[in-house]
Ligand binder design. Structure first.
Ligand code: NI
Length: 128
């Protein structure tokens, strides 16, 4: 069940602290919702799989570490405090040498593996 913050909550969400609570990599955890969007923290290391999201763009904000995003025609790096939005339908692969902690912003229901599915698909709507 969604656990959106109560209007009377006076507790802010510390993204790095939330990410540090996650016990496994590549397993996004929801920390907040805004309308139909979710804010998810995730810890990653190594390479993910190639995939795309046909219905939505996908935003990556780096909290700690360095994120590499591979595209079929090249790669880019996103550092701490930096943001990048992958357009819908564009094939991508996320990666990090050493651990990176990220915030993902995307509509509720988006799977981490997009339309690829498979063993690396994480359970959705898990809050932390
Ligand atoms: Ni993606």
């Amino acid at each position: 069940m969604p656990q959106a913050q109560s209007p009377t909550s006076r507790q802010s969400i510390n993204l790095a602290q939330k990410a540090s609570l996650i016990d496994q990599r590549w397993s996004p955890r929801v920390v907040a919702e805004m309308n139909e969007y979710q804010f998810k923290v995730v810890r990653i290391e190594g390479e993910f799989i190639w995939h795309s999201h046909l219905e939505t763009d996908e935003a990556f904000l780096v909290i700690e570490g360095n994120l590499r995003i591979d595209f079929r025609h090249g790669s880019l790096y996103v550092g701490p405090g930096e943001l990048y939005v992958v357009p819908r339908g564009v094939e991508h692969r996320t990666a990090a040498e050493g651990e990176a902690k990220l915030l993902l912003i995307e509509p509720r229901g988006v799977l981490n593996t997009g339309h690829e599915g498979g063993e690396r698909t994480a359970k959705n709507d898990v809050w932390i």
